[in-house]
Design a protein around this ligand. Structure first.
Ligand code: PAN
Ligand code: ZN
Length: 211
């Protein structure tokens, strides 16, 4: 990782041990370009295209039609700093969720629980606007708006998904314990009970079961 900013340090032991012992990781800082949403020095990048989101949008026909035309648009990108998955570490990064719709349903992330269910997470809105949809295994659900400067707390045991209902990229930062892991399968099986669609030019939250 390229270190930014001015610093001085005395890393006699830490430098030697960084690769093998997480507790001796070297302190660092980095930057997020708040206008673009890009994170300097990320060590992991994930791109999710429409074909990765089959089965997530309700209108299967519209999705298949787009793919049949040979198009496979990028829906979102995640730039992350991921240290080893050990207790005591923190992952952080930036998600850039593009603006668009599949039929009348806004672009969204897959959504997940954490493998270690008792894990909390913080989201901070940087650019654009969107919704943060959360749901428990028991079916409780809540949705909140995220804009620039919004700090949202995702409690342990809540699956979380973001939805971009704006006409520009929705960018947010996140941070969570690095030993949390991801569980996509559980929420993929049941689905989120709410979806966000455009009606008369406005985002409307509706029950997925009504579609
Ligand atoms: C976020 C999400 C990111 C992409 O970093 O992983 O926004 O969403 P999916 O992982 O659901 O595809 C986060 O919540 N990390 O824990
Ligand atoms: Zn998460």
């Amino acid at each position: 990782m390229k270190l930014n900013g001015q610093f001085f340090g005395y890393f006699k032991e830490a430098k030697k041990l960084t690769k093998t012992a997480f507790k001796y990781e070297i302190p660092f800082n980095t930057e997020i370009d708040l206008d673009v949403g890009s994170l300097k020095g990320y060590n992991n990048k994930t791109i999710r295209r429409l074909s990765d989101l089959k089965g997530f949008f309700y209108d299967v026909h519209v999705l298949e039609e787009i793919l049949k035309k040979g198009k496979d648009p990028v829906i979102y990108e995640v730039y992350s700093y991921s240290p080893p998955q050990e207790e005591g570490g923190l992952c952080f990064g930036v998600t850039v969720l593009r603006s668009g719709k599949i039929g009348d349903e806004y672009y969204m992330t897959k959504g997940h629980f954490h493998k270690k269910m008792e894990t909390a997470e913080i989201y901070i809105g940087l650019k654009g606007k969107g919704y943060l949809l959360m749901q428990t295994r028991d079916g409780d659900a809540t949705i909140m708006r995220i804009g620039r400067g919004t700090v949202a707390f995702v409690p342990p045991y809540w699956a979380h998904r973001t939805i971009n209902f704006g006409d520009e990229e929705f960018v947010f930062m996140y941070t969570f314990p690095s030993d949390a892991g991801y569980d996509y399968a559980t929420i993929e099986k049941t689905g989120f009970s709410k979806i966000v669609v455009e009606k008369d030019g406005k985002p409307v939250i509706i029950d997925r079961s009504s579609m």
